[in-house]
Design a protein around this ligand. Structure first.
Ligand code: ADP
Ligand code: F6P
Ligand code: MG
Length: 332
């Protein structure tokens, strides 16, 4: 009788809505194809500690609709250390794990890449097929048009900013809204377009942090009767409280800061994210079944594709200049 192969799945880095849908898809597709499936808790930390359990069909029922990740996630900076990666390979060997699905962002992909190459070292000579799925709200991976969680976070932001606009309109105010994204402006740009924000500050366009121009736009808008001005501020660009004070002092328009924070990372995943996570999870199991190594799954031009991790991580990050220009035109 042929030996049952064991595959494992883990979530790593910042969580994102849709991770549970991906865990479900990998587990169900894996079991369907005859694999034993193990869930590793808390990312690379759990891997190094051997903190893992078998995932059964009943473990992944009724999880798709929840944000977060049932496996937990963590950050383990020590995983950059080759000796810690050696420990991880030994744990994979102990559990007989011959295929691994890592769901996370660029940092997790780098950890997975190092682990994959570590397995190939002569001292280990262990065949483990590593496949990564993009799971982060930031949409900061060059290889894929969209990451699992981006769409849900975008919808959460739109909902929050629409509410902020209601009250700002009533009071005739300006609001500086801080948006997550870890130096990727996609969440800020897409939410600007979808909420009609009047100003946008993103890392990809350092010149967008032009306080004189923003104040001028706020003042001119107020003069011609604009009742609400939203400044969409990407995190790490400037302190939102400080910017709000400068705008109010210079324009006389009452201005408030609002940090959306972690509500952006939680909540029930959108249909788009469930679909993306499910397609990518099933595709990852197909890749494991074929025995390919060191791969990343992406969506490009609405098609699920795969690339070598080394190739995917080397792709230059793109910022949609056309969308940015269109947004500038429409935010007058
Ligand atoms: P994300 O995956 O969302 O980008 P992080 O950047 O925090 O999140 O990375 C998640 C984890 O991936 C880190 O805590 C660490 O365990 C691992 N990791 C990140 N960068 C590296 C690296 N250069 N080498 C090895 N492991 C890494
Ligand atoms: O990568 C997702 C993200 O939410 C970023 O948008 C943000 O910069 C970061 O994680 C926050 O990380 P932490 O969970 O460590 O506060
Ligand atoms: Mg990252």
């Amino acid at each position: 009788m042929e030996e049952v192969k064991t595959i494992a799945i883990m979530t790593s880095g910042g969580d994102s809505p849709g991770m549970n849908a991906a865990i479900r898809a990998v587990t169900k597709a894996g079991i369907y194809k005859g694999f034993r499936v193990i869930g590793i808790h808390n990312g690379f930390k759990g891997m190094v500690e051997g903190d893992m359990d078998e995932l059964t069909l009943s473990n992944v029922e009724n999880i798709m609709q929840y944000g977060g990740t049932i496996l937990g996630t963590a950050r383990l900076p020590e995983f950059k250390n080759p000796e810690v990666q050696d420990i991880a390979v030994n744990v994979l060997k102990t559990y007989g794990i011959s295929g691994l699905v890592v769901i996370g962002g660029d940092g997790s992909f780098t950890g997975a890449q190092k682990l994959s190459h570590k397995c190939e070292e002569p001292k280990h000579n262990y065949k483990c097929n590593v496949v990564c799925l993009p799971g982060t709200i930031d949409n900061d991976l060059a290889c894929t048009d969209f990451t699992i969680g981006f769409d849900t976070a975008l919808n959460t932001i739109i909902d929050a900013v629409d509410k902020i606009r209601d009250t700002m309109l009533s009071h005739g105010r300006c609001c500086v809204v801080e948006i997550m994204g870890n130096r990727c402006g996609d969440l800020s740009l897409f939410s600007s377009i979808n909420t009609g924000a009047e100003s946008l500050i993103v890392a990809e366009k350092p010149e967008s942090l032009d306080i004189d121009r923003i104040c001028q736009d706020v003042a001119e808008g107020a003069k011609r009767g604009r009742k609400c001005h939203i400044v969409m501020l990407s995190e790490h660009m400037m302190d939102p409280t400080e910017l709000a004070k400068i705008i109010e002092d210079r324009t006389g328009v009452s201005t408030r800061p609002s940090v959306l924070g972690y509500i952006q990372r939680g909540g029930t995943p959108s249909a788009f994210d469930r679909m993306l996570a499910t397609k990518m999870g099933a595709y990852a199991v197909d890749l494991l079944d074929k025995g390919v190594i060191n791969q990343v799954v992406s969506i490009r031009d609405n098609k699920i594709v795969n690339d070598d991790i080394d190739v995917a991580l080397a792709m230059p990050r793109r910022f949609d200049e056309q969308l940015y220009k269109m947004n500038e035109m429409l935010s007058i």
